[in-house]
Design a binder for this molecule. Sequence first.
Ligand code: HEC
Ligand code: HEC
Length: 221
Amino acid sequence: MSLSRSLLAALFAATVALGLSLSSQARDDYEARNEALDDYEPDLEAGEVMFRQCALCHGKHGQGILGGKYPRIAGLPEYYLMNALRDYQTGKRGYDAMLVVGGLKTYDDRDLMDLAGYIADIEIDLDVPGPEEGSARSGRRLYKYDCKTCHGRKAEGKSRKDSPPLRGQYHEYLERQIQLFINKERIHADDPEDKTFVAYEPDELTDILAYIASLDDKDDD
Ligand code: HEC
Ligand code: HEC
């Protein structure tokens, strides 16, 4: 009994380790696939047609709905959209309805480029409210110390780090993602061993989200 239980535990650990190493390998594979697309000019009209399926949940302008139950996607940078869409395709990020209803399941790399190119170009004015609690002031300090190197001085995202902008996104959605990172249901910073969120108290995370919500989405220097 105890033997088979420890065997099961070992098998489970091996499966988890394999799963995680496969998912980091998957990102290397994305880079190789991106290189093959180097000369490809996205067809934005084709992207617009595909986007109609996405608008069912993300809103007509990709502005997101229901306080971030469906996140804003308009204006997310291409490099990040390509990673995210492939992560949903491979199951590294889980949300099956997007594969079927959104049509993602059938798209190849060029389709993804058309779609990402179109979405990245959508400009909207969206003033997202911050959390009701939380101090943007103390959030600013924490953000500068722990998030700025990768997400940018004004949370505008950094292509060099493959990191998305955080400003202009619903705090409810961001908070849900942080919870997924903490539960290891989504990998943060492409590092299965990432420890960014372990030392934070919930109210400190709320402070960071309050600070992010206070940033101007259009401030681009
Ligand atoms: C059935 C509803 C639905 C449809 C259709 C849908 N999405 Fe989503 N999408 C969601 C939900 C819900 C999430 C958040 C899931 C999560 O928490 O991981 C999401 C998350 C995303 C994200 C992640 C955003 C981020 O900041 O990481 C991207 C990108 C995205 N969707 C793009 C698309 C595109 C492109 C399409 C069309 C091909 C599409 N979605 C169709 C519901 C949908
Ligand atoms: C080592 C670099 C790094 C640091 C430091 C970092 N991040 Fe990230 N973060 C990333 C990357 C890369 C992603 C994109 C992950 C992906 O592609 O799925 C990300 C994604 C996120 C997301 C998901 C956004 C979305 O649209 O789904 C949130 C929320 C987030 N980070 C919050 C934070 C916060 C808050 C801090 C500071 C406490 C922080 N990060 C520090 C690199 C970093």
